[in-house]
Design a protein around this ligand. Structure first.
Ligand code: UD1
Ligand code: M6R
Length: 368
């Protein structure tokens, strides 16, 4: 079933052109810019009445929560916290009847996430699922939820589930805020961005030949066994997710670093030998990213930069760039993660590793 692709991972990366559309199908009317999530209908008023929202997940699913938290808080005006399921349980965090907890899981079977669900249900919280697998335990055990409809994901490395989770969470935020007139311009901007997303992903996938070459030239086997990825704001999740993908399939030690933290320690890692990827789209954090870039180049770092295709600044002279289409700030991370997925794929296959079945890992983690 891999068709023309040599691995499921690459097939699933390419499927994102369609899977993002499937996640939105029947749920967003782009003509009147309305979002209707059938799965939330019965609980909408209760969710809106919650005192706070707690997102709980593991791995890539956790990153989709990190990626959407800011927009969620902006649109719903509710406090939103994002928790790793294992930490949440370790710390036995306080949970109350008027809390709303969202469980994000591709498989719907991840043990830590399930244990956190059980914990919150016992304390009377309203529990929502965002799952890919219809009939999975999380889908059945939550009070309501949204199936992301990305289609089966076979590769252990999660790719299309991430972008669909991102969209599902964004749609939930849009739905919850549709009674707030003041948010209308922002909602419309995001919905218009969602309309163009599939096309933007298609254009980004066309960068594959360039990324294949970059993988060899910049991150080949002769280079350092480390890689750091730097971004901030909406791109913090992108660098965390990119680093996870790279370490999972290519076994290179990769670390995602928030650019705001650079001078609090990580800057000590920078020299002419350290491979670096920097993610800096033209959003409200751009000037902060420019400063971070200066700090890096002043220490002879030569990052490969993921930037917008309309960025004609002179910031990147002497550096290699990966130029991606520009979309609304809150969705840009969906586009920016795609080159990192592709790069991680080639970094694995260049080393003759099977990206579909990384060593020591299982697709569904059913033990705590
Ligand atoms: C549903 C149908 C879809 C149909 C559409 C037409 C299913 C699975 N979905 O989609 O085939 O085309 O109506 O109106 O039959 N749920 C949870 N937890 C989760 C995920 C979902 O409790 O983690 C619940 C939802 O609250 C809902 C049900 O499962 O009651 C189906 O969810 P979803 O598939 O997202 O609903 P629709 O998009 O309305
Ligand atoms: O099925 P889930 O989304 O709950 O799985 C969570 C993680 O185990 C999963 O995302 C893992 O991090 C991926 N293999 C990363 O690619």
């Amino acid at each position: 079933q891999k068709g023309a692709f040599s691995h499921f991972m690459l097939k699933e990366i390419h499927e994102q052109v369609e899977s993002v559309v499937n996640t939105m199908r029947g749920r967003i009317n782009f003509d009147d810019r309305r979002v209707v999530l059938g799965g939330l209908r019965s609980q909408l008023a209760n969710i809106r009445r919650s005192r706070r929202l707690i997102f709980i997940a593991c791995g890539t699913s956790y990153h989709s929560c990190v990626a959407t938290r800011a927009l969620f808080a902006e649109l719903t005006e509710l406090p939103v916290s994002v928790e790793l399921a294992s930490t949440f349980l370790d710390e036995q965090m306080p949970v109350f009847r008027d809390d709303c907890c969202l469980y994000v899981s591709q498989s719907g079977e991840t043990k830590d996430t399930l244990l956190a669900l059980q914990y919150c249900k016992e304390r009377g919280a309203l529990c929502l699922g965002v799952t890919n697998t219809v009939g999975s335990t999380i889908s059945r055990e939550t009070h309501c939820g949204v199936h992301i409809n990305a289609g089966p994901e076979i590769s252990v490395a999660s790719t299309k589930a991430y972008t669909s989770q991102f969209i599902a969470l964004t749609m939930i935020a849009l739905q919850l805020s549709d009674d707030n007139y003041a948010k209308l311009p922002r909602r419309n901007e995001v919905i218009d961005g969602l309309f163009n997303l599939s096309n933007d992903i298609k254009k980004t996938l066309a960068l594959e030949p360039q990324l294949k070459t970059l993988s060899k030239e910049e991150f080949g086997t002769d280079k350092s066994a480390n890689l750091i990825l730097i971004g901030r704001g909406f791109q913090t999740a992108t660098v965390l997710e990119g680093a996870l993908k790279i370490k999972e399939v290519s076994y290179i030690h990769a670390e995602g670093i928030n650019a705001g933290e650079l001078k609090h320690g990580p800057l000590a890692l920078i020299d002419e030998k350290m491979p670096i990827i920097m993610v800096m789209p033209k959003d409200r954090h751009y000037s902060d990213s420019e400063n971070a870039l200066k700090q890096i180049t002043a220490r002879y770092g030569k990052p490969v930069v993921i930037c917008n295709d309309d960025d004609d600044s002179s910031n990147f002279s002497g550096l290699k760039t990966i130029r991606v289409p520009r979309t609304v700030d809150a969705l840009q991370a969906i586009i920016n993660v795609v080159p990192l997925q592709i790069l991680s794929y080639f970094m694995a296959t260049d080393r003759s590793f099977d990206p579909d079945s990384p060593r020591n890992l299982a697709k569904s983690v059913t033990t705590a």
